[in-house]
Ligand binder design. Structure first.
Ligand code: WT7
Length: 698
């Protein structure tokens, strides 16, 4: 088959006059130059059979190279150096990962780097270490003793700086508290805390004594706590009276009390006093954190644990069924988070790093607690909401603390865009040298705004793709060497054998969409779904033999960059073409009137699926029929007629989970049935639904 080679347009959609530079046959190019007229080309192309792969129609030509100033000081400073090390890491993963792991402190060396009986991996077999002493004592007992580990700012404005020396005393104390209360290695401990340093102390204290923590995000309800207690079989809870969020107290202990009415196996509940709100304390079960620590020593002798000793369980939602308890273990997880943090954030002794995630998510585990602390970094930690008292709060924190590395999520970036440029403009952000993004595909326009308004056009952006299951970042630029383009997570990290496969298991050609997979095990990979190996094997390892399926659709461009389209179940099928909802959303968000959008499919007799868009406008724009028409044309122009929205609804807000992910499942149901009957317990704001319904009728 001859494949047209086109310049000035993308893929098979010729929407503007462009040049045909030749035909590709096998791996040979037959070159010539010809002006192409869109109408006749489209007519010719229509004769060809429809593609069964996910097609991608968004062009992105803007490319940004790291500044010399940045590269010259970076660990990996040229693409050639990256490629050489990447090749080694794939050809000889044992050599690469052993070298990384040796930078940590092992109490007993491993005998074998990897034992792989797909889909079950054991890394650093027979090696022994203590994860907490690697993150804390190692620094506290050396020149970093008085270095700040955590610079904390509470939402009301209270501040604390905790050095590595202090962190060591606090972790040791709390480890003693846990042991005194009968917590043993492998026991599960549920942590339900606000974003305060004690959340990290509690996690590290568990790790120190070999107990398995399961952190439940403080925004989750009592019912979610019950589910997680039941599944993990935890008998100890660490919580707080409350936490500050948008000027109000989140009643954490009250939620725990409600959960413990339904789940009665908890023997001990330790409560940190954060807000001073009234709480009930059950006589023998509940005790105060400050009373507990006052009664024990701040010295604690840590034991060594096997590299495969369980470290934590973190629950994540699947597309169906109850949440999955993603299990992570010790040596491999620590090596993976340590190494990725070191290279991807290119951490320096003098950096002030800030990740705005909550410890209740994997990002908080890997890139607030384990990765940064294993590297001896100084980090900022902030308790509350980004708009408390207004949308200038983050920028004020960056200015006051001279934050140099800032890691946040696209949903936050879009909220900032909506709020207005004057918020960041009012602050001196010149301390920043590196930006990061995580959680969903970042729309090119949001990327550009982040680059221009926050990064002052000088900071590289690392768009990091990974998952709760992967434990550590898998695909991301290295800031000193990778050319970046808005919207792509670019290239795989060392040791990550990422690829795009079609349904038959063949590797897709450049720009052809398919399923994102990882073909080799990596140290921080999940070891199983807690208590359910069969579900683990089926969910991640059954599409292709011995290969991990991430559940995301993606394509690779000619330079090998990975463009994540979104979850497979968020992909539309319009007239035989599979379109990524994220692409239509990106197109909408690139219009000056649009702040945020969510796109879902609705059954359509003619096209298979119609494209339905929910759009939140910027404060400066009002909904109108004319704007609706303009947006349709805009999508048509930037992606192609195929993606033109069938319906556009102007919504004051979109339904989101508490972590900020748009719940397209609800929108899909709403546009299909006109109502929502499904589970809305993970929804951040229940009022959004009635507003959405109203918007559909206006
Ligand atoms: C899913 C994993 C990884 C920590 C936060 C989310 C999406 C994540 C990116 C990115 C495009 C991304 C994927 C992935 N995702 N990062 N940089 N570009 N998509 O963890 O809740 O386990 O979600 O988030 O769809 O599969 P999670």
């Amino acid at each position: 088959m001859l494949i047209p080679v086109l310049v000035g347009c993308y893929n098979r959609f010729v929407t503007k006059p462009c040049e045909l530079r030749g035909f590709l046959h096998g791996s040979e190019i037959f070159p010539f130059t010809l002006e192409v007229n869109p109408a006749s080309f489209a007519a010719a192309i229509r004769q060809q059979p429809m593609s069964k792969s996910i097609e991608s129609h968004l062009t992105e030509d803007r490319e940004f190279l790291p500044a010399k100033e940045f590269s010259s000081k970076a660990r990996i400073s040229s693409l050639a150096q990256y490629k050489k090390l990447y090749k080694e890491s794939i050809d000889k993963p044992d050599v690469f990962w052993a070298r990384e792991a040796k930078e940590l402190q092992w109490d007993k060396p491993w005998n074998k780097v990897l034992e792989w009986k797909a889909p079950f991996a054991k890394w650093f077999v027979d090696g022994k270490l203590n994860v907490a002493t690697n993150c804390v004592d190692r620094h506290a007992e050396g020149p970093r003793k008085n270095k700040a580990a955590i610079i904390f700012e509470g939402e009301p404005g209270d501040k604390r700086v905790i050095t590595y020396g202090q962190l060591q005393r606090e972790v040791c104390q709390f480890a003693n508290v846990l042991e005194k209360n009968g917590v043993k290695a492998k026991d599960r401990v549920l942590i339900y805390m606000p974003m305060i340093p004690e959340a990290a102390v509690a996690m590290l204290a568990c790790a120190r004594i070999g107990a398995v923590h399961s952190v439940v995000f403080g925004g989750f309800s009592a019912d979610s706590i019950v589910d997680r207690l039941e599944d993990s079989g935890a008998t100890t809870i660490i919580t707080a009276d409350g936490g500050w969020r948008r000027g109000k107290v989140v009643p954490l202990k009250e939620n725990v009390d409600a959960a413990l009415e339904k789940y009665t196996a908890v023997r001990k509940c330790i409560v940190f006093k954060r807000c001073g709100n009234d709480v009930n304390m059950a006589a023998s079960r509940d005790t105060w954190w400050h009373d507990e620590v006052a009664a024990v020593s701040h010295r604690h002798k840590a034991k060594s644990f096997d590299a495969e000793h369980p470290l934590f369980i973190l629950y994540t939602s699947g597309s169906t069924g109850k949440p999955k308890g993603i299990l992570h273990t010790s040596g491999g997880y620590l090596t993976g988070t340590y190494s990725t943090f070191k290279y991807i954030f290119d951490i320096r002794e003098e950096d002030i790093y800030w990740c705005t995630a909550d410890v209740g998510w994997i990002t908080g585990h890997s890139y607030i607690v384990y990765g940064p602390l294993a590297n001896g970094a100084t980090q900022m930690m902030y308790e509350g909401a980004p708009n408390q008292p207004d949308f200038g709060r983050f920028w004020k924190i960056i200015e006051e603390n001279a934050v140099s590395i800032f890691y946040t999520a696209p949903t936050a970036i879009r909220a900032f865009i909506k709020a207005g440029d004057h918020f960041p403009a009012n602050h001196d952000l010149s301390s920043l040298r590196l930006l990061g993004s995580v959680g969903e595909p970042i729309n090119p326009e949001a990327w550009m705004w982040y680059h221009n308004k926050i990064g002052g056009k000088r900071c590289p952006i690392v768009d990091t793709w990974w998952q709760t299951e992967t434990g550590s970042i898998m695909i991301s630029p290295l800031p000193g060497c990778t050319p970046t383009k808005p919207g792509t997570a670019t290239l795989p990290f060392f040791g990550v054998d990422a690829a795009i496969l079609d349904e038959a298991g063949n590797e897709c050609k450049a720009n052809e969409g398919g399923k994102l997979v990882i073909r080799k095990p990596w140290p921080a990979m999940t070891r199983s779904i807690y208590g359910d190996k069969a579900r683990y094997s089926k969910t991640y390892w059954s599409d292709y033999k011995g290969i991990y399926t991430a559940g995301d659709g993606a394509r690779r461009d000619k330079q090998g960059n990975f463009w994540i389209v979104g979850r497979i179940d968020d992909v539309l099928n319009v007239s035989g073409h599979r379109l990524g909802t994220a692409e239509v959303e990106s197109s909408l968000v690139s219009h000056p009137a649009v702040a945020e959008s969510a796109v879902v499919g609705r059954p359509d007799e003619l096209k298979g699926q119609g494209v339905v868009c929910f759009v939140t406008l910027k404060e400066t724009h009002q909904p109108s029929e004319a704007l609706r028409k303009e947006l349709r044309e805009h999508v048509g122009k930037s992606i192609g007629a195929i993606a033109k929205p069938d319906d556009i609804y102007f919504a004051p807000a979109l339904p989101k989970t508490r972590s900020g992910k748009i719940m397209r499942r609800l929108l899909k149901e709403l546009v299909t049935t006109g109502d929502i009957s499904g589970n809305v317990t993970t929804l951040d704001d229940v009022n959004v639904i009635s507003n959405l319904k109203a918007s559909m009728n206006s």
